[in-house]
Every structure is written in C-alpha cells, then in structure tokens.
Design a protein. Structure first.
Length: 556
C-alpha cells in the first residue's frame, strides 16, 4: 500500500516545513534590509559607516536591485540542474554566511557579504515557493492550494514583524554587528529545520527536463546575461568616457545599461512568439510596465521612508511608555555631544547666511539636525523609539487587513460586484499613490526644518500603503502563471523579478537626490503623480486585460 504524506484532515507536513523555513529566512532578510540604510548613515563614532545619504541610498538601491535580479538565475538552475532542495540549502548557506559577514568590520567584508546575500537570495527565494507549489499540484491537494499559500504568506509576515524588535534590541545593547549576526542565526535555524525535515518535501523536488521549444541555459546566459555584464561594465565607465554620469552615480549607470540587453531579449521574445502567445505576453508586459510605479513606492520602505522615520519623525515618548519599552530594547539612546561645524546644505536654508555657509551646533546623530538645541535633553541623552521598529508596521497591517479584504471581496462576489483582477491592480496602485499623498501632507503640515513630524503620519502611510500592496503584490505571480506560455514560464517569472529589480534601483536613485529636494513634499509628489498616471493607464487597459485573462483561464 502506497504511503501518503497527506493527513486525513488538514495539510501535509510539507506546508509547515516550508512555513517555518520561510519564516526564518524572511526574519533574516527583513532584519538586514530594515537596518542596512541606518547602519550606513550612522556616524562612525556610533559604530556605523558614516556614509552620506547619497552614497548610502545608492548602495541600498543597488542591493535591492540585485537581490531581485538573481532569483531568475537561481530559479532556472534549480529547474534544470540542481533541484529545489539543493538550491534552497545552497541559498540558505550563502545567506547565513553573508549576514554573519556583515558583522565583520571593514568595507571589504561588507561588500563580499552583500554579494553572498545577493547570490544566496537568488537560489532561495524563487525555489521555496515553487517547491510548495509542486507539492500542492497533486490532485488531492489542489483544492487546498490557495489556503496553503495564505498560511505560507503568514510565515513571511511573522518573520518580517518579529525581526525588527530583535534588530533594535541587539544594536541598542550590543552594536550593529550583533544585529546582523542575529539575521544569520535566524537563517541558520531555518536551514537546520529544513534539512531535518527534507523527507516531507521530497515529492515536490522534481527537476524539469528540457522540452522542445525551451531555450537552453547556454543560450540564456550567452544571449542575455553576458551582454548585460558587458553593457554594465560600459555603464560603470561612462563617467570616465563622458566626464559625468548619466544617472547620478556609476552604479546607477551600470545597472541601467545592463537592463538594455535584457529588455531587448524580452521584446524579441514577444516578436518571435506565435499569434496566440502574443496576446498573453502583451497583457503581461503591459501589466509589468504599469506595476513598476507601485514597486518604486513599495521600496521607499527601505529608502525614503526610512530616512523620514530616522531624521524627520518625532520618536520621543513619555516617561511612562519609556519604562514599558526599555526592557524590550525598543529604545535607542542618543547622546548629545555638541560641536560646531561649518556646512553647506540646502537642508539648513533657513539658517544660511549670504555666503551659503551655515554655522551651527549639532550633535553626532542625524536626529538632531532639525531639532533646535534648546530642545535637546539637559542630561545629554535622549531615548527614542528605534527607527527599525517602524519596519514592523507594514507586516502588522498585512495580517490585520488580509481577512478584512478577503471578506469584502467575498461579499462583493456573492453580489456579482467583485472588481476584475486588472481593476484591483489599478485600485492598488491608486491607493499606494494616496499613501504618498499622506506624506506630502505630512511635510506641509510641519516645519520640518525646525521640528519633527508626528509618527502618526508615517504609521498612517504604511496602513494605507499596505492596502495597496494586498491588491497588487499577490496578483503578480498569479498573472505570470496564468498568462505565460507554459514553456517560458520561468523566463516570464524572471521578467517579473526584473520589474521589482528596476523599481528597487529607481527607489534608490530617487533617494540619492533626497538632500537636493529643498521642498521635501516634491519628493513624495513625484510618487503621487506617477501613481495617478499608472493607475489611469491600468483602468484604461482593464477591459482588454480582463478579456485576455478570461480567454486564458476562463475567469477574470
């Protein structure tokens, strides 16, 4: 009698293997990305790198871009050569090594560690969810697939929520290195759990043989990635060739140049496709182009909104709240050691003399740059809510809003009034734009050159944005699986990750100009206008996209 891994009731053990593995991996990933910009701009005297905002945002943007680019490569190698379990283990080892490496002082160790994390994420990220999907492709489990992914997604958000409290505790009590090492510990726990439970996911680990019409790995690497490497190299040296960069920094030029052959490849893929496949691919590419705006707003979480939370948001609390939060390590002690500096900065325009130079007294922490000295604590120390705690607001609202949105759309579906998938995407982009509009209002409601903004603005922005995320993010992977021709699904999944990659780099590019925006409301207004345009285009395409989806799947 054949043994089955499926209990009579409930879900197979494989779900919980993947759930806890992903939870710990996301714990490490979101811990690292939540504090990375803060670490880069923190003064050297406090253990940080002391980078200026421009350099820090450029590095964070490059990191996010590459983290979303490598899953395409890792997914293909797992499909054709490695298998999913080996790819996940390899990715987990590289991720853990990278997180531990960030705890080592020195720029060389940092850049090698970032490379390890970027490659590791490429092997891990696409394959843990694919492994779970393969298991639920069994006929007896297909009806439970949507519920399984909802449970799996809760693992993602559990890790994303908890990690920031651990990061705050470790860096406030022991230093930045221990915080990064905590991310490595989380990934190590996830690896041990996965390796010890591999027998439960074995049936989903199927290497896909190359079929007629599939592109070989050699053709993909030779026709896509080799040209991308060559053009990236050319972009990196554009400053030497032209005497100036085209997109602000050499890394921005390198990334944008690298995208050109990849985009050309996907355009040629569309041109060469059959008439039947063209409709699905055309709908996908249209969706991808519009959704870039959403992901640029999303990645402000690691760039612009992190800067806002760190330097422009009032993070002071009452003594009573301080007594409650102090044992949990959520408070960041900031010491005021005043010293006089001469600085030319648009930020201090109100105090700038005719020569353009500003003489001011400020402390070593960026928090004091727009807090008048008469508001500094008399004892020389101020305890603030740690900036990274705000990174937990988004996963909290995801857990809070998900059942409410599911109930709303179920109620609308029973009355045959549920919006189509393209309309939901348009609404999501629009709501994300409204979250940026809240930030515009936040800037205008406070004299940010002399005072701090209330944290309620930032929390409300995350709440509104999360609704948009729930309308857009889960649909992306679903649309790829629905509209892609079967033989190139992996390639189209790579295109979806490329969208995220480009958006991450654009978010970092925007943040490199943060200090150049004298009127900070204009920074967020760009996002508002972009979202309004993208949402309008999406609404205009919704009927056409709906028809294509119905043709392909029988539903919209």
């Amino acid at each position: 009698m054949e043994q089955t891994l499926t209990p009579k009731k409930g879900h197979p053990k494989a779900l919980y293997v993947c759930f806890f593995t992903e939870m710990w991996e996301r714990f490490g990933y979101y811990l690292m990305v939540g504090i990375f910009l803060l670490y880069l701009i923190d003064p050297v005297s406090q253990g940080g790198k002391g980078f200026d905002t421009r350099k820090a945002a450029d590095l964070v943007g490059s990191y996010i871009a590459l983290v979303y680019l490598t899953p395409f490569i890792g997914g293909l190698l797992a499909d054709r050569i490695l298998g999913y379990r080996r790819a996940i283990i390899l990715g987990g080892i590289l991720l853990a090594a990278g997180y531990y490496g960030l705890a080592i002082p020195g720029d060389t160790a940092m850049y090698i560690s970032l490379l390890s994390i970027i490659i590791g994420n490429g092997f891990f990220k696409p394959n843990i969810s694919t492994l779970l999907g393969n298991i639920y492709n069994r006929e007896d489990l297909k009806p439970k697939k949507d519920v399984a992914y909802n449970i799996f997604y809760m693992g993602v958000n559990t890790g994303a929520f908890v990690c920031n409290f651990v990061a705050a505790y470790m860096r406030n009590h022991y230093g930045w290195g221990y915080a990064f090492a905590a991310a490595g510990v989380g990934m190590t726990i996830g690896l041990i759990w996965f390796i010890g439970s591999m027998k439960h996911v074995k049936e989903g680990d199927v290497i896909k043989p190359k079929e007629k019409g599939d592109m070989s790995l050699g053709a993909i690497f030779g026709g896509v990635f080799l040209p991308a490497i060559l053009t990236a190299t050319l972009g990196w040296f554009m400053k030497d060739i032209l005497g100036h960069t085209l997109f602000g920094t050499p890394s921005n030029d390198a990334f944008m140049f690298a995208c050109v052959p990849i985009v050309i490849f996907y355009v040629s893929l569309y041109i060469r496709s059959s008439r039947e496949d063209k409709r699905g691919l055309g709908a996908l590419f249209a969706f991808f182009l519009v959704s870039i705006v959403f992901w640029v707003i999303y990645n402000q979480n690691s760039t612009g909104l992190t800067i806002w939370a760190d330097q422009y948001t009032s993070r002071e609390i009452s003594p009573a709240a301080e007594n409650v939060l102090q044992p949990f390590g959520m408070l960041q002690p900031v010491t005021t050691q005043p010293h006089t500096v001469t600085r030319v900065d648009a930020y201090f325009r109100a105090a700038t003399d005719s020569s353009g130079e500003t003489l001011l007294t400020q402390g070593p922490d960026p928090y004091f740059q727009n807090l008048p000295q008469d508001q500094w604590p008399g004892d020389g120390q101020l305890k603030l809510i740690s900036t990274e705690i705000f990174q937990s607001v988004n996963p909290f609202f995801i857990v809070f809003f998900t059942p409410l949105l599911v109930a709303l759309f179920s109620w609308l579906a029973r009355r045959k009034k549920e919006p189509s998938t393209p309309v939901k995407v348009g609404l999501g982009i629009l709501v994300a734009g409204l979250s940026s509009l809240l930030m515009v209002i936040a800037v205008l409601s406070t004299d940010i050159y002399h005072d701090k903004s209330s944290m309620i603005w930032l929390i409300s922005t995350y709440a509104l944005f999360t609704i948009g995320e729930l309308l857009v993010s889960p649909i992306g992977l679903s649309m790829v699986s629905k509209l892609s021709p079967g033989r190139i699904t992996a390639l189209m999944m790579g295109a979806w990750f490329l969208v995220n990659s480009i958006a991450g780099k654009l978010a970092g590019l925007m943040a490199t100009f943060w200090d150049s925006f004298i009127d900070k409301e204009n920074y967020f207004l760009i996002l508002v206008i972009s979202a309004a345009v993208a949402a309008t285009i999406m609404f205009m395409m919704s009927k056409w996209l709906g028809r294509v989806i119905r043709e392909k799947t029988g539903s919209d």
